[in-house]
Design a protein around this ligand. Structure first.
Ligand SMILES: [Zn+2]
Length: 268
């Protein structure tokens, strides 16, 4: 089965222009995982499930959280409550993230719904990663690299080295040379590109990325987490990115589905 990526949330923290908070659905022969799970993720996952029989929250084996900002992990308590009271989940779920995610999520859950259940009908396992650590999680080799982003705990970027394709996610980050290693020889690199220069040094912009394009050895650079100014600049970005030697560049949108291979292509 080819690896595919479905964008469930391509927007910034503010749901600008009606786009969802960060969430990416990665599917391969082993099953389905999400990278980040913002507050809108469960809604978008269920909307997709209405179109694809067999895909529902139960189908998600693991969630990889890049960092502990609410727009990236703030839908996890909804996924858990859905699993406990609606989906009646029995299948194990793994939540992978920076050190401290288990405690952080427990506090989040308690604030929203009261006490965390003493036991659930499904096994919930946490995997906490440090920057530079590589692990095999549910059969997938995952490497965490440090992002340059201020948040509770350490922000991480993820790289998945799957048999069929290597796929990387920057999460939120300003420029860091760790992105060069993250993107190296990947078929798809999903990268933060949030706002115009000077507005927020915690994020990447096209102006910061463009001079670095030659260092990003990926087949396809997919810009996401876009604020209004970056989305308005889409034509200019795609035009400027067409130069020889640069990776193919495109702009993420909610619902976009790509097949990740030698040339990541939209699935009609
Ligand atoms: Zn953030």
């Amino acid at each position: 089965m080819p690896v595919s990526l479905t964008v469930l949330g391509s927007g910034d923290a503010f749901n600008s222009e009606g786009r969802g908070n960060a969430c990416y659905l990665l599917r391969d022969e082993l099953g389905a995982v999400c990278v980040d799970f913002g507050p809108t993720a469960l809604m978008h996952l269920k909307a997709l499930a209405a179109l694809e029989p067999g895909l529902d929250p139960d189908a998600i084996d693991a969630v990889f959280v890049t960092h502990l900002h609410g727009d990236h992990f703030g839908g996890l308590h909804l996924l858990l409550v859905d699993a406990e009271f609606s989906a009646r989940r029995h299948k194990p779920l793994v939540i992978c993230g920076p050190r401290g995610i288990e405690e952080h999520l427990a506090r989040w859950y308690e604030l929203a719904f009261g006490k965390v259940p003493a036991c659930r009908d499904f096994d919930l396992r946490f995997v906490e990663l440090d920057p530079g650590e590589a692990r095999v999680v549910l059969g997938r080799r995952v490497t965490a690299l440090p992002a340059a982003h201020t948040c509770p705990g350490q922000a991480l970027c993820y790289r998945f080295d799957l048999p069929e394709a290597a796929v990387a996610f920057s999460g939120d980050t300003a420029w860091t040379d760790a992105l060069i290693d993250l993107a190296k020889d990947t078929e798809l690199f999903v990268c933060d590109c949030t706002e115009a220069p000077g507005t927020n040094p915690q994020h990447l912009t096209w102006e910061a990325l463009e001079p670095k394009l030659d260092t990003l050895q990926t087949t396809h650079l997919l810009l996401s987490h876009l604020g209004p100014s970056m989305r308005r600049a889409a034509d200019r970005i795609q035009c400027a990115a067409g130069r020889a030697g640069a990776p193919r560049v495109s702009i993420a949108d909610d619902g976009l589905c790509l097949r990740c291979g030698a040339a990541a292509q939209p699935i009609p």
